[in-house]
Design a protein around this ligand. Structure first.
Ligand code: 4NP
Length: 156
């Protein structure tokens, strides 16, 4: 059975596209491309149709991940049914998802930092404001690695 993952941030040009491309890369390297699909969306819709931020592209390219073929999109109310996991970047994203979905089943909707309790961060700071795309990548890589390890433990 296919597992569908949606990463969510505010603009869908910095953090959630990075998480989408990093997890898809990990999935492909683990030869699980037929088992897991990965998408991303923003709560705002402000950048619908746009490419990802140059800072995100630069981080992906630095890790040999092709950032091509991205188009920003907005979260949709149907996403709660369609996806098995909806993984947000910060508390503001969770608040917006709560407004959209009314309910947030905690086994399906959570923050990526919940996957890395050993980290001292409980959100992924917005690099659109901080400019620190390295910090974004480090947290997202740890979170995606932890998510895939958990999936593999549950499906072996
Ligand atoms: P993201 O970052 O949520 O990680 O994509 C942002 C991108 C754009 C804006 C805010 C955050 N903005 O205000 O346009």
């Amino acid at each position: 059975m296919l597992t569908r993952v949606l990463f969510v941030c505010l603009g869908n040009i910095c953090r959630s596209p990075m998480a989408e491309y990093v997890l898809r890369d990990l999935v492909q390297k683990a030869h699980l491309g037929g088992m897991i699909t990965v998408d991303s969306a923003g709560t705002s819709g402000w950048h619908n149709g746009e490419n990802m931020h140059a800072g995100t592209q630069k981080m992906l390219l630095a890790h040999q991940i092709d950032p091509a073929r991205f188009h920003s999109s907005q979260v949709h109310a149907d996403d709660l049914n369609h996806y098995d996991f909806i993984i947000a970047m910060d508390d503001q994203n969770l608040t917006a998802l709560h407004t959209l979905f009314q309910q947030l089943p905690s086994n399906k909707v959570y923050k990526i930092t919940d996957l890395i309790p050993q980290s001292d961060m409980n959100e992924v700071p917005d690099p659109y404001l901080t400019g620190d795309f390295q910090q974004t990548y480090d947290l997202i890589f740890q979170g995606c690695t932890a998510w895939l390890r958990q999936w593999q433990q549950q499906h072996q």
